[in-house]
Design a protein around this ligand. Structure first.
Ligand code: G1P
Length: 290
């Protein structure tokens, strides 16, 4: 059995320029889908997959994320005095156990690979999960949990993947596919953001990774890739051949919330999936479509 994964890294240092002015004074990870910030979906997904320790890689202007996962005495007391038991329980659960969450800062925006590398000392010599809060997955079994189960078969490195229209390959890390059984694919190569004519396939990496600690050695080289950034994809590509490397076609629907249309679609899909909101929202949408 491969070693258990206890730690997750959540890079949250990005500037969120695509969502200005909403993100001028607020981290993009705090944008709510229905009534929960993106980052909370990611933390809940990590916890549901058995993750015990979370490392946020933050930057300037991101303190709202730390406050979000901290206790709020005033809120707690107000909810208690008003008898709002369900809300109180939800707030208490969200905060987590003391020491569960650690924060490191990425001082310069040098890329996703660099952000992950900033967490190397806290990750230790163990495999880690990485979750990008921009990618939301609506699924019966949370995406990272599906990956943990698949990882019991594959070991090594595992990324969650989904097919995208060919004209969108330039937005994602794309797989060069080896063996493919429809669920698990073995990875022969990885290219970060290839143009549609150069993309080896249309199978794209979504922001869910399980990686062996050797990744940090490769990130140490600090080589620049697509867009002049230190790319996680390039460091992962260097591990192909030295250990198993698979892509998992997870069950569920992924929403790219780094994109405005994707974000709006996620808001609609998550609202429709809720028992308390779904019927009303469906009704209103119908009237728009009419
Ligand atoms: C990052 C990764 C890319 C991956 C994507 C998933 O890109 O570099 O390989 O496909 O996340 O959302 P970014 O969205 O940071 O540009």
């Amino acid at each position: 059995m491969p070693p258990a994964i206890r730690r997750a890294i959540l890079p949250v240092g990005g500037l969120g320029t695509r969502f200005l002015p909403a993100t001028k004074a607020m981290p993009k990870e705090m944008l709510p889908v229905v009534d929960k910030p993106l980052i909370q979906y990611a933390v809940e997904e990590a916890r549901a997959a058995g993750i015990e320790q979370i490392v946020f890689v933050t930057g300037r202007g991101k303190t709202a994320i730390e406050d979000h996962f901290d206790d709020s005495f005033e809120l707690r007391e107000t909810l208690r005095s008003r008898g709002k038991a369900a809300e109180l329980e939800a707030m208490t659960e969200m905060v987590g156990r003391p020491g569960e969450i650690a924060y490191v800062r990425q001082q310069e925006p040098l890329g996703l690979g660099h952000a992950v590398w900033c967490a190397r000392h806290l990750a230790g010599d163990e495999p880690v999960a990485i979750l990008l809060a921009d990618d939301l997955v609506l699924a019966d079994t949370p995406c990272l949990k599906q990956m943990m189960e698949a990882y019991q078969e594959t070991g090594g490195n595992l990324v969650a993947v989904t097919d995208v229209p060919r004209e969108q390959t330039g937005r994602y890390g794309i797989l060069d596919i080896g063996k493919d059984d429809g669920r698990l694919v073995s990875v022969n190569g990885l290219v970060e953001k290839p143009s549609p004519d150069k993309a080896p396939s249309t199978l794209s990496i979504i922001g869910r990774y399980i990686l062996q600690p050797e990744i940090f050695g490769h990130l140490d080289m600090k080589e620049r890739g697509a867009g002049g950034e230190i790319q996680l994809t390039d460091a992962m590509a260097r591990m192909i051949g030295s250990m198993p490397f698979h892509g998992l076609r997870f069950e569920g629907q992924r929403f790219d919330c780094g994109d405005k249309v994707g974000f709006i679609e996620a808001s609609i899909a998550f609202a429709l999936a809720r028992d308390d909101l779904g019927p009303d929202v469906r009704e209103r949408l119908r009237s728009y479509m009419a």
